[in-house]
Design a protein around this ligand. Structure first.
Ligand code: GLN
Length: 547
């Protein structure tokens, strides 16, 4: 199988949106009927981002097969709807780990282990791995970091070798750079791009395509200049301006012929441009949405990327419900019983965010109480759900100082407790309950209706009650308290059919008060918005004057 490989590197600065470009290319090739996967290679030494603070690289995304990964994998899935796996996220740490394990086993038979060839060989093996497990037409590999970083050098060397081994028609490099605008001079500057491409050439890689990130339109003259300086066709100098939505990027790339250029350069005939109707439909809806709703994101990370999948899920569901969702971050550390009404003023819904540790949890509990007592649609996710459970214990069940044993190991009322299988775990990396597990929904519950809105008219079958959702946690609803919660009005309406672990709680008497131990935000995509976010947004709209 002649799988083709597209490498995406970045220069000049980080945060240019390589992940969005990779996701857009994947989406455009997928629309042409090709089988595609997108993977990310990160040069840092951590085995995975699971132990990283979100302030470092933003949200930790979780694949269905339970790998903690870079948030770019979220973009890949949201754009293409294709599930990624543990093979789609690789770090320097993982590369070294496998080489060192092999060395310890004695597999290298007395050889000196070196960056070249041993580390680069392992990088190459991992780049090719996905296509050995499934038939793929294209593997898109995004290399994290910026050209010139010391730690990305082995990855660049591996790509150089692979390009040589695979040949021009099977391997192609797209380099993303930045064209700054100097306001004082009133000019766009291409020198950083030229320098960055020279650096790449110095490492033995001639990019075939350049994508230039810019805040202003690039003239034909500027693109020609870049093309000449960088040995690239003028038609292969693509501009990527700021757009109102990241989901406009594939359309913008296609308008400039990016997918057709890729195909031609790899010896393929592009043929007709596909219509991508549903995607355009989504964009059309987005462009025409006029009404805005504000939803509070109650969390402790005042950083845009920390709750990326949640804000994207809200956007998806908002768009399909004809609303632009303004997700307003409300720092839970600043919430007090006195100011909560003021802090949440004007919000038609509340999301209580996931997280770890003590910081900011009391504010989340206060927000949960506000949502419950004022009947504001409230969605608790993972730690957010746990905070709903604790709030209910303290204020409805009157269990003083009820808590999670994560926060208070000595609490008498450990309504959230460490899962049994977690008790013997000593290492923190990759040892949480991770990935997709079944959840059985209780018929008639609000959560059930969110997933199966027309279920009444369908013949009932067992599979209708089972959903699969992704997890990332160590603590869990304490089943010893289940009946007291249920008799007082908080129901456990989703449970794992094998273990009985509680996955969803809700208060049926309220308009929409649902907490999920799993993370629905990881599986919402542009074309398939998540049912719980859809029903949450509907409930939020129902509460507004314009509903
Ligand atoms: N800290 C909680 C736990 O480990 C919740 C984790 C989360 O929100 N992802 O169970």
């Amino acid at each position: 199988m002649d799988t083709k490989y597209i490498f995406i590197t970045g220069g000049v600065a980080s945060s240019l949106g390589k992940g969005i470009i990779a996701a857009s290319i994947g989406k455009l090739l997928q629309d042409r009927g090709y089988r595609v996967t997108i993977q990310k290679f990160d040069p840092y030494i951590n085995i995975d981002p699971g132990t990283l603070n979100p302030y470092e690289h933003g949200e930790c995304y979780v694949t269905a097969d339970g790998m903690e990964t870079d948030l770019d994998l979220g973009h890949y899935e949201r754009f293409t709807g294709i599930e990624t796996t543990r093979d789609n996220s690789v770090t320097t740490g993982r590369i070294y780990q496998s080489v060192i394990e092999r060395e310890r086993r004695g597999d290298y038979l007395g050889k000196t282990i070196q960056v070249v060839p041993h580390i680069t060989d392992e990088i190459k093996r991992r780049i090719l791995l996905n296509a050995t497990k499934q038939p793929l037409d294209f593997v898109i590999t995004e290399i994290g970091g910026t050209i010139g970083d010391i730690e990305s050098q082995p990855f660049i060397e591996a790509i150089r070798q692979l390009r040589w081994e695979l040949g021009q028609q099977r391997a192609l490099n797209i380099h993303l750079t930045y064209v700054p605008y100097l306001a004082a001079a009133g000019e766009l500057k291409t020198k950083p791009t030229q320098t960055s491409v020279k650096q790449l050439q110095g490492l033995g890689i001639q990019p075939e395509i350049l994508v230039l990130r810019t805040e202003h339109d690039l003239s034909e003259e500027l693109r020609t200049k870049v093309a000449h300086f960088c040995n690239v066709d003028v038609t292969a100098v693509i501009q990527s301006q700021d757009l109102p939505s990241i989901y406009e990027v594939p359309v913008n790339m296609q308008r400039q012929g990016l997918d057709a250029i890729i195909l031609r350069k790899m010896g393929m005939e592009p043929g007709e441009t596909p219509e991508a109707g549903p995607w355009h439909d989504f964009l059309e809806r987005r462009r025409h949405v006029k009404q805005e709703i504000s939803i509070a994101l109650v969390g402790k990370y005042d950083l845009q990327d920390a709750y990326k999948s949640i804000t994207e899920s809200l956007t998806h569901a908002g768009t399909y419900n004809g609303r632009k969702v303004k997700a307003i971050f409300v720092n839970s550390e600043n919430i007090t019983p006195e100011n909560v009404a003021e802090q949440l003023k004007g919000m038609v819904g509340i999301v209580i965010c996931p997280g770890f540790g003590q910081r900011g949890i009391e504010g989340k509990i206060i927000a949960a109480e506000f949502g419950r007592t004022h009947d504001v649609p409230t969605f608790g996710i993972c730690l957010g759900m746990q905070m709903m459970v604790i709030e209910f214990a303290r204020n409805v069940l009157h269990f003083p100082n009820a808590n999670s044993s994560e926060m208070d190991g000595k609490t008498r009322y450990n309504v959230i407790d460490l899962m049994e299988e977690q008790k013997k775990i000593t290492q923190l990396g990759g040892t949480m309950r991770l990935g997709a597990y079944d959840c059985e929904l209780q018929e008639g519950s609000k959560a059930y209706h969110a997933f199966f809105p027309k279920a009444e008219s369908q013949p009932s079958s067992f599979s209708h009650h089972i959903i699969k959702e992704r997890h990332r946690h160590r603590y869990e609803f304490n089943n010893l308290y289940k009946s007291v919660y249920e008799t007082h009005g908080m129901k456990c309406v989703g449970t794992n059919p094998k273990t009985g672990l509680v996955e969803i709680v809700e208060i049926p008497a309220l308009r929409w008060y649902i907490g999920t131990q799993f993370h629905p935000e990881y599986s919402s995509t542009v074309l398939h918005p998540h049912p719980l976010f859809m029903s949450f947004i509907k409930a939020c709209i129902d509460g507004t004057a314009e509903a």
